[in-house]
Structure formats: C-alpha cells, structure tokens
Design a binder for this molecule. Sequence first.
Ligand code: CU
Length: 562
Amino acid sequence: YLIPSVMGGGPRVVRAGQAWFDRWGTVRLLVINAGLMLWLMPAPSWVKVTVSTVVLAALVAFLPLLVLGARASARARRDPDAVAPEARPFWTGNQVVAAVAALALSVTAGVAVDPAAAGLVGSGPAAPAASGVAPTGHTTRVEVTAHGMEFTPNRIEVPAGDRLVVVLTNTDPVMAHDLVLNGARTPRVAPGATAELDAGIIGADTQGWCSVAGHRQMGMVLDVVVLGAPTGAAAAPPADPAGGHAGHGASGAGAGTAAGAAIPPTNPAETLGTFVDPVLPPLSDETVRKVTFTVTEVPLEVAPGLWQTRWTFNGGSVGPVLHGRVGDVFEVTLVNDGTIGHSIDFHAGALAPDRPMRTIAPGESLVYRFTATRAGIWMYHCSTMPMSSHIAAGMHGAVVIEPEGLPAVDHSYVLVQSEVFLANAATSAEQALELDADKVVAERPDRVVFNGIANQYDLHPFTVRVGERVRFWVLDAGPNRASSFHIVGGQFDTSWTEGSYTLRRGEGAFGATDGGAQVLPLLPAQGGFVELTFPEPGHYPAVSHVMVDAERGAHAVVEVSP
Ligand SMILES: [Cu+2]
C-alpha cells in the first residue's frame, strides 16, 4: 500500500501505480486472511494443504502486480501528458464472491482427496476393505457352510483386489444363520437353504460373522485373509450395518469387552403401555395340565418408554406362570414361530434332556411332558445356545409347585427377576432392536427387571391392607446375577427356598421362635417364597438389595392401606 507513495512523483503518478497494486485486492485480502483462519481450524491435513496453496497463490500474485505497477508509475513520470486512470473502489461484490468461491473450492478439493479423514466414507460393499488396492477384475467365489456355531471353512484366502463372493449354505439341522462381511449381509438363512453374498473388492484382511444374537460371541466368525496385499495394508475394522457394533472387532466366546450403546436412565415422568399381572394364577383341579407355548420375536416395553425386540413364550414380557401340585403332569406343546431355533427346559421335571430340550427350527413344534414330583418355584427357559442371550431376551418363566399343605394367604404374588441388555435406547416398537449379546457376555445389564419390565410395580403398586398376610414367590432367572429380595420396612416371618422352610411363622429349623429374615437370597435359577404382614399404612419398596440392580429397575412398591 505504501510502495506508490514511497516512489513519489505526485498524485497522478501514484494513482497510475496504485491502479495495478490494488488489482484483485479484495480477493487477495480475503483469501489470505480467511485462508489463514481456516488453516488454524482443526481441518483434515489435505484441506490444510489445498487452503494454504490457494493462500500462497494469492500472496505470490502480488509480485507481477508490483512489477506492472512500478512500470506504470515510471511511465506516468516520463510522460506528463498521460491521463491517470480513474480511481476504482477497492471493495467490490464480485471479488468477495470470487474469494469465498476460491476458498470453498480448496476445502472441497481437500476433502475429496481423502474423504475418510474428513469423516466421510465411501458407500457400497467394496468400501471398507478395498482402500488402496487396484481391482483385478477377477472374482473369487467361495462356498461356506454354517453349522453349529461355526463357518466351514472359517478362514478364506482372497488375492488382493479380487471381488469376493461367498455362497453360504446353512447345513445346521435347526438353527438359522447369516453372514455379515465387509459391509454386506445375507438374509437369515434357514436350515438347508443357501444365500449368496457379494463382499465387493477385497483389499485388506477382514472378518465376517453371524449376526444372529449371540452367535458371533460364541465364535461364529469368518476370517478373510488377503494374498499379496500391499505392505502396510491394515485390517479394516469390520462395519456392522445393524449399528452399535462398529469397531468392536473380533471376539471369541467370552471376549466381549465392548461398552455398547449407552442407555439413559428412565425418565420418572414416563408411563407404561402395559404391565404384567403379578398375582399367582389360582390352582385348578386338573392333574394333567396341557398348555401351548408359542415362541415369538416381538417388540415389547422393557422399561417405561424403552423398547426391545424380545424373544417370548406366548408374546409376554416374561413366560406364563404355570401353577400346579406335586404329582401333576404337564404337557407343554412348544411351537417355534420365531426366525431362529429355540427350545425349552423345565427345571420342574426330571428327565433326559436329549429329546424334549432339543432346539427346533422356525415353524416346528414339539411336546414336552414332565411330572412335577417336587415342590418349588422352578425356572423354565430356552436352552438354545447361547443360553445367556436366549434367557436375557425374555425366554424364561416360572412353574410354581406348591408344597403339601401350603396355608392360604391373603395375597400371593410372583416376581421373576432378570437382566435386560439393550442395543439401543428405542422409544417405540418401530425402533426396537434385539438384545446386545456383547453386553450379555460382558455382564453389563442396562436394566434389571421384575417380570420383564423395569419399575412396572412402582407405576402399578401391589395394594394390600395392614395385617394381611402377603406371600411373594420370587425366582431369579438371571441369566447371570444373583438377587437379594428385600422389602424396605418389612420383615419376613416365613421363608421357604430350595425345598424347605428356613423359617416358618417365626420358627426356625431348630426351634428358635424369635427369628426373622430380611432377604430371600437367590442365585441364578434359584427360587422360593417369603411371607410377611405390614404393621402400618404406607409405601414399602420391594427391591433386590443388590442395590445397583434396584437402581436398574428391580424395584417395586407395596402400597399398604389401613
Ligand atoms: Cu430361544
């Protein structure tokens, strides 16, 4: 700006030089200063390169203008008759537009060079593992079978740059499987069926897996090894189109370390669309009890305002309570209306598990007949692998076989405690996903629930009167956590567990008459009942005294009126 004045020669000469020095001044000023600001921001390195190149060009552009301006002012000095150019405004709208456009183009070019660095990834099945490899135009076709919790072969080799097509045949007699690989996935493949998966161009080692809940955690993975990969080609982390699992990497059985989706605490203002009646169904006179259990996979509320796709017996949040006497015969028809294999295991009967507890394929059914020879609150559950996931997904319930001579009480309730592992914080049936099997393996429940729904008996309390005798049958369905059933403000005078009273109307096993119990302690699959009366009106919380589980939703309220 000062050069023309320093060169001197009067206003006419200065203006002649200035006309050159100011040429494209707005563009250069904006590009240089705004470009510097862009460069200082946390941008990907290729964006920094393109922006600084444009800034450098704006700076360098002044050098020829300097020469031209100096020549113009020298000419004006030599020729006193030359007419000075008219002064033009420094700021013009066109130049502002040009400067902004130049910067925008440089940023776009920087992002285009390396989209991944800018957080943008290419779409299509070839994207994850193809980076940095030239397609060969050749297709490698591999036949893979799925059986049990294994792919055979479970390791396939592909020349770098080949397109990989996997023909997956499910030779499992009962279980459905699928394959997720390199961003592509097959549909659920029924037993005996075949599906084809186009994994796209393979440029780096990668790993596929079966996405049926729990199967990957049981080791059902497929390694893809690239032959002749360029040095330094790192394994691309497998992307999971279902969401929530990206970056977890491979995990064998027991290796789940992922935190999974974070689930917010339940909003106390939320309400429940449904709730499970906790009253023990009355005893009928039959001695042969025929029931049908239909397995479904349906979205259900697992906490006020939180949904999950549950695997159910008869569509319930928890399996139906069966109630009988010692000696009764139960004939249960199990119908699998789900999309994968399921089964059932009744602890209430003793028998060889081989046939009745077998896994049946979707569309099949079986009849499970057992005699209840012993009293207790017995667990039943799906016993298809991985059992932890099938139980946690909702496939559990209780069979109550009353001990001989069980006295009548004013209220009998059944509470089945279990853990819920959420893959997302779905707030509607449409958003509901199946359980997060990684969280099951990591033993990180999002909710701990009575009868399948967290806090449901806070919203729908048990209502009893002062002095009434109340019996709680409690079963810990797990799959993994113990329970410590306690009623805040209450004391149990009767406790029965694993086949025997430990306390009966205040009387202990060795004749003591001044005892009481504060909890019913239960390991997974243990059950029992406790009895108490309430001394005065009020609100008595019923909880698992494993406090973190009470806070996760294993919490109810007994509302006692006068
Ligand atoms: Cu199952």
